[in-house]
Write a protein that binds this ligand. Structure first.
Ligand code: SF4
Ligand code: SF4
Length: 161
């Protein structure tokens, strides 16, 4: 992690994280690193450490955490969460960070593009007439190329917020 510059610390970040699902228990972390030992991403990338990300969040390093590419490397496998002796919901915490990063505009371009596809089309891989021709040829049913329901869902959510 290197030297931590607490001048860059945002004390509200921990409070914000702690009141959301996934963040409730992070202060119980005592850095045993059981999560790191079982993490398949840490096994192939020594820089990736759920324990380090938790520590950075506790120190209020909001920008460093939310701008970090590491958050997006988590494969959501739940191994860490299963092994944590302190009941830290680590996988949900990583998902929370991803959601916060999206809201703050820090998500990588590929993730933003996927989000746009889902909100516009209701799918990560849009279906067009060419796909439907191939499906028909393969004996598969034709699928709708647009999803009006998703528009209503997102509109309702925006109104509810
Ligand atoms: S396993 Fe739990 S207590 Fe141990 S370092 Fe990871 S989050 Fe912290
Ligand atoms: S859920 Fe993410 S951080 Fe936890 S073990 Fe799996 S890949 Fe690693």
């Amino acid at each position: 992690m290197g030297i931590i510059d607490l001048d860059r610390s945002d004390p509200d970040f921990l409070k914000d994280v702690a009141r959301q699902p996934g963040g409730e228990m992070i202060q119980a972390c005592f850095t045993c690193r059981s999560c790191v030992a079982g993490c398949p991403i840490s096994a192939v990338n020594k820089e990736f450490s759920p324990a380090k990300i938790i520590r950075m969040a506790i120190y209020g390093l909001k920008d460093e955490v939310l701008r970090s590419d590491f958050v997006w490397l988590c494969a959501t496998c739940y191994t860490c969460q299963e092994r944590c002796p302190q009941g830290v919901n680590i996988t949900e915490f990583m998902t929370l960070l991803k959601n916060m990063a999206i809201k703050e505009g820090f998500a990588p371009a590929g993730i933003r593009a996927q989000l746009k596809l889902v909100t516009n089309d209701g799918r990560i891989y849009p279906i067009d007439d060419f796909d439907n021709k191939k499906r028909t040829k393969a004996g598969l049913p034709v699928l709708p190329t647009a999803c009006k329901e998703i528009e209503k869902l997102f509109h309702k959510q925006t109104v509810a917020e």
